[in-house]
Design a protein around this ligand. Structure first.
Ligand code: ZN
Length: 234
């Protein structure tokens, strides 16, 4: 372990023969007492890490239950084949997350006409107060900047919103805003997001939806995995 001068905190060097050659405001130190210390580190002491994730209170639903609630500010990727009900599940949960935070839902639309977005909310008996629809030709950065910390963003769906950008970089730009965000994405036949594979590393939770179940196989920052909820339970 390195030794430091107790007078001026300079690390002792072997060539100094026990007399500190460090410099202080008033000149040469000359200290003769040294103490062993751990070298300085830029790593964060665990004592300074906040100890709880704020998991918001939301009503039961397969999506809410498989996630074990929704952590405030989390980015959640919802994957599944087309027609499996991703938008419907996210509409219901996003509104309740927004209500828990007294915020709004910004639905970044691309996959369907806006009247169908409204229909999705009405079908699940989800209120449409404080829900806003953004069209796909909008600038994502403009939207992120118009939202507040307690708003919820829904990206429906990832592929048309990313356009030419790298999906992972797009998700990082969302994450930097610290908004609770649901990103809906279609998967290919192998069950993966079309595009670069690092997409799934940029989010806090990944949910897979099929006709039979909601699954969180290995990624959720606030709930132990794996988890699976059969759809027929609801
Ligand atoms: Zn010294």
């Amino acid at each position: 372990m390195p030794r430091y001068c107790i007078s001026c905190d300079t690390p002792l060097q072997a060539s100094w023969r026990g007399i500190c050659q460090g410099w202080k405001a008033d000149g040469f130190c000359g200290g003769q007492y040294f103490v062993e210390k751990d070298p300085p580190t830029s790593a964060r002491p665990l004592t300074q890490v906040s100890d709880d994730v704020n998991v918001l209170p939301v009503p039961e639903s397969p999506l809410a239950n498989v996630l074990g609630g929704v952590a405030d500010g989390a980015v959640i990727l919802v994957l599944g084949p087309g027609g499996v009900g991703k938008s419907t599940a996210v509409a219901h949960l996003s509104w309740h997350v927004a209500r828990a935070r007294n915020g709004r839902v910004f639905w970044c639309n691309a996959d369907q006409h806006e009247t169908l977005v409204k229909a999705v909310f009405l079908r699940t008996k989800t209120p449409i107060t404080n829900v806003y629809v953004e069209e796909n030709n909008a600038d994502p950065l403009r939207i992120w900047n118009e939202t507040r910390k307690n708003d919820v963003i829904v990206v429906d769906s990832l592929q048309p919103w990313v356009r030419t950008a790298n999906p992972a970089e797009f998700l990082r730009s969302i994450k930097r805003k610290h908004r609770t965000t649901f990103v809906i994405a279609r998967v290919n036949a192998a069950g993966h997001v079309a595009g670069p594979t690092e997409t799934e590393h940029e989010v806090d939770a990944v949910v897979y939806m099929t006709a039979e179940a909601f699954e969180v196989p290995d990624k959720c920052r606030w709930t132990p995995t794996p988890r699976r909820i059969e759809r027929k339970q609801f």
